[in-house]
Design a protein around this ligand. Structure first.
Ligand code: IPD
Length: 267
C-alpha cells in the first residue's frame, strides 16, 4: 500500500499542535519531576509523559495500525510499515526552566525511511516541517542551509549528554574546536539545532549521544534544506554522532572533529 507523505505530515502537525497546547497551557508553575533517568540533570517531567500519550492518541485516531517509538512510551510494533518517532519535549531542561527553546518533534518513517517530520516550538511560535523530496519549511518559508566553506567563519551548534563522564570528554572536544570556529552555541534542543542548520541560523551542528527521537524529524528537515546529515566516516547519523552542515562545511567539521578524537569510542 502506498502511503502519502503529505498526509502523514498533516497527521503529525495536528498531533504536535495538540501536544503543544497541552504543554503550554498545562505547565504547572512548580513543574514536578516525575522521574529521573541516567542522572539527576536528565529531568523527565510529568508533562513529557502526558504529551507523548496525547500524541500517540491523536495519531491513532487517524492511523490505528502504525508503530511507534517514543522517548517516554517506548516502542510499539505496527502492521502498516509506518512508524512514528516521537520526542514529546525535546529540550526538556529548557522547558523545565521556562526557556522557550523546546519543541515537540514527530517524525514519520515508511519501511525505516524518514518521509515526513514536524518540529513545533510553541513558545517560539515556530513550526518546521518537511516531507522527503518536498523541501523543508519554517511556517510557509522554504529553508536553505547556509553555505560557508571555512570553519573559521562558521557558527557551530552542539549539545552535551546527561552523563558527567561523557560531558567531560565533550567539553575537551568543544574546547579544541572553539579556537577554530566563529563561535559555538548550545541551544538545548537537538531537534531545534537541526532546524537551525536548515534555516541557516547556525552553519553546522554536531553531537554525540542523541537518540532517534531527538533526530528523526530534525534530520529530515535539515536534509531537505540541503544539509548533509550523517555520522562519522560515512555512517548514518546515530547515537555515536550526528553531524549536519552544508556539504563543504560538513567535510571541514568532520575533519576537525576527528582530529580532536571525537570519533573515538571512549566517551
Ligand atoms: C536532549 C536535547 C539536548 C541534547 C541531548 C538530548 P531531551 O533531548 O536534545 O539538546 O543535548 O542530547 O537528549 O532529553 O530534552 O529530549
Amino acid at each position: 500500500m502506498t502511503v502519502d507523505s503529505r498526509e502523514l505530515l498533516e497527521v503529525a502537525r495536528a498531533a504536535a499542535a495538540e501536544a503543544g497546547r497541552l504543554l503550554v497551557q498545562g505547565r504547572p508553575a512548580n513543574l514536578g519531576v516525575a522521574q529521573t533517568k541516567s542522572s539527576p540533570t536528565d529531568v523527565v517531567t510529568e508533562m513529557d509523559t502526558a504529551a507523548e500519550r496525547t500524541i500517540r492518541a491523536a495519531i491513532r485516531r487517524h492511523r490505528p495500525d502504525d508503530g511507534f517509538l517514543g522517548e517516554e512510551g517506548g516502542s510499539e510494533d505496527g502492521a502498516s510499515g509506518v512508524r512514528w518517532v516521537i520526542d514529546p519535549i525535546d529540550g526538556t531542561v529548557n522547558y523545565l526552566y521556562g526557556l522557550p527553546a523546546w519543541a515537540v518533534s514527530i517524525g514519520a518513517e515508511v519501511d525505516g525511511v524518514a518521509v515526513a517530520g514536524v518540529v513545533l516550538a510553541p513558545q517560539l511560535g515556530e513550526e518546521y516541517t518537511a516531507v522527503r523530496g518536498g523541501g523543508s519549511f519554517l511556517g510557509e518559508r522554504r529553508l536553505r542551509v547556509s553555505a560557508p566553506e571555512d570553519l573559521a567563519q562558521s557558527l557551530i551548534a552542539t549539545g552535551f549528554g546527561y552523563r558527567a563522564e561523557r560531558r567531560e570528554v565533550q567539553g575537551r572536544i568543544v574546547a579544541g574546536l572553539l579556537g577554530q570556529v566563529r563561535d559555538i552555541r548550545r541551544g538545548g534542543s537537538a531537534a531545534l539545532d537541526l532546524c537551525s542548520v536548515a534555516a541557516g541560523r547556525v552553519d553546522g551542528y554536531y553531537e554525540r549521544g542523541t537518540h532517534a527521537w531527538d533526530r528523526a524529524a530534525g534530520a529530515l528537515i535539515a536534509q531537505e534544506a540541503g544539509a548533509r546529515v550523517e555520522g562519522f566516516h560515512g555512517a548514518p547519523a546515530s547515537e555515536a554522532m550526528v553531524l549536519g552542515a552544508g556539504s563543504a562545511l560538513f567535510q571541514a567539521l568532520h575533519a576537525a572533529l576527528t582530529a580532536l578524537g571525537a570519533d573515538g569510542r571512549d566517551y
